[in-house]
Design a protein around this ligand. Sequence first.
Ligand code: 0PR
Length: 368
Amino acid sequence: MDVLKELEEFRKKDIPYTRVLSSMCTLPHPIAVEAHKMFLNTNLGDPGIFRGTFELEKKLIKMIGEMLHNDIASGYICSGGTEANIQGIRAARNFMKKKNPNIVVPKTAHFSFEKIGDILRVEVRRAKVDEEYKVEVAEVENLVDDSTVAIVGIAGTTELGQIDPIVELSKLAEEKGIWMHVDAAFGGLVIPFMDDPYPFDFVNKGVKSITIDPHKMGMATIPAGGIIFRDQSYLKTLEVETPYLTSKTQYTLTGTRPGTGVASAYAVLKSLGYEGMKKVVKTCLKNTRALVDEMKALNFEPVIEPVMNVVAFKTEKADKIKEELYKREWVISTIRNPRAIRFVIMPHVSEETIKSFIEVFRKVLVEV
Ligand code: 0PR
């Protein structure tokens, strides 16, 4: 058999995005696909060779930095939110230079922080959240001590899309002289395009690093995560020497790394611009509301009124519902506390998709 035919057979087994209501990734924008193809063989691990691609990365970081209210931001495009969070916390640990370091994160933090504890050997302290699933600042303050190297706030939690009180957390961090890291892997490319955006970014003086992923709401090709620092001095804490490369030092976690994410993210942001991104976000928020209305009509209550295009609905039958839907090749996810079914309404989830989903969902409800 022709190898490409063989590959096609495997690809056919994948569930198409049109039936995926659980993913924070989406179909890449067509312009991202074009850009990706042009940069297929680039390697930013050796920027002296791929100097054009490297220049483009700097331009993209400047663009993202300005969007985050910082025109001297520094950073790079990495493999995703996990790597971005690792590098943010690694920089904090290196910068703060404390013995037996710890970090304070909300209970709602993404599981990448568990990996961070293990890899970086920092103790991860988890602070309680309030009834709206925002971290309690007083709890964070209680957990902070002389060995705390970073306070983490989330702008767009994985499970509910909630935004922590980053303004207050940043003030606390400033007061205590601690690094503040914001995990805006998802919300970073949603919040700036919402009406009356919550100030989650570098406008807060305590914020030293932000995770923001183009391969989520930025519609870039995978992999494209982003780690952005307040200025170059913070990024420098990550440098190691690279004696035989075209560059003398390297601040990235991986060595060899693709330029495709840089090109595809740049292409989307540049061609859509602020107004184009606003439209995309507006549609996602409208479709989220449409899903909430349909679900309320079926007697399901959202855990919180959605803040962005992530929403969960309480049900004791969450796991069973998910399982039955999966049998019909529809993918949703569940959360544990409280038991709920969760949806992420990405650009690939249209109004029609929601209608088709609800039809299947009604049938599943009769069975569970
Ligand atoms: N921070 C936050 C707030 C996240 O939600 C995520 C991932 C990360 C960090 C880590 O990002 P990477 O996965 O890029 O390293 N959030 C999604 C999740 O765990 C990722 C995802 C995407 C999961 C697509 C499933 C899927 O089909 O739910």
